[in-house]
Design a protein. Structure first.
Length: 277
């Protein structure tokens, strides 16, 4: 069987199963150690038996066992960095790259002290540490298994990050210029696809109070951990603007804040600027 035949056959099946055919291409490409261009250059080549078996097993896991391709491969790419992922951490999303990009391009602090709450795979912390000059990054997570993944990713990407097992601020000391968080924000009653619900850690997905628990909790205590001039930035659900504005008004009524939309036009970032007037 050639790469072309395998891709066309599997792509057809993916469409029937309502799965992404781009995932099929990525599995074939990665498990064959091809770059994007090499995938097409080898399109009509016969796949050797061992590689074919490996690819077919992976495609079956994705199409028939509802396992995300990132967990099948054991890694993903985020903001240009290769990150190890497994069932202990949420798979970093493209939308979160937009949050990272905003911070990198709008950071007003020299020698910034940054706190990443709920670091998971370490994606946000690693990107900020590598792209913001002279910054110091502390990353916390309540889950020890997630922290082990984050530490491994920091090592792989040659970034020095201070990792702390902590329930939000419980084990954190000092003050920060930037606090960033992509907390769990899915309402426990909200529909979630099988691909997500069967695989990704529920502790990183769901939150009480209709998905708003962590925004309340973080902002309630944040004033004790921020410098006088500071930035707090969250990834947020697309449908809770009014509720989030009420929370900000409750704890940071004198601060400038805005909700920014992502490239799809959906609410994605809550940005709070303290003493920026």
């Amino acid at each position: 069987m050639t790469y072309k035949e395998l891709f066309i056959q599997s792509k057809k099946y993916a469409i029937q199963k309502n799965k992404e055919d781009s995932a099929i291409k990525l599995l074939i490409q990665e498990l064959s150690n091809f770059s994007r261009s090499e995938f097409y250059l080898n399109y009509d080549e016969i796949i050797n038996g061992e590689t074919l078996e490996k690819i077919e097993t992976a495609i079956d896991a994705y199409l028939n066992k509802d396992i995300p391709i990132q967990y099948i491969l054991g890694y993903t790419y985020f903001y240009g960095y290769k990150l190890i992922v497994n069932k202990n951490v949420l798979i970093p999303r493209r939308e979160t790259e937009e949050l990272v990009d905003w911070i990198i391009n709008n950071n007003p602090f020299s020698n910034a002290f940054i706190l990443d709450i709920g670091t998971g795979s370490g994606a946000i912390a690693i990107c900020l540490k590598s792209r913001i000059e002279n910054c110091s990054v502390t990353a916390v997570d309540i889950d020890e298994a997630a922290l082990e993944v984050a530490k491994l990713n920091a090592k792989i990407n040659n970034q020095q990050i201070n990792f702390i097992q902590s329930d939000i601020f419980s084990n954190v000391e000092g003050k920060f210029n930037i606090i960033v968080a992509n907390p769990p924000y899915i309402d426990e009653a909200e529909y979630v696809s099988d691909l997500v619900i069967k695989n990704e850690p529920h502790i990183a997905l769901f939150a009480k109070e209709e998905g708003l628990y962590f925004y309340n909790k973080i902002l309630k205590d944040a004033c004790r951990y921020i410098e006088q001039k500071s930035l707090i930035i969250f990834e947020i659900p697309e449908n809770k603007d009014k509720e989030l504005k009420k929370i900000v008004d409750r704890y940071f009524s004198n601060s400038l804040y805005e909700i920014k939309k992502d490239l799809q036009g959906k609410s994605r970032m809550l940005i709070i600027k303290n003493n920026w007037r």
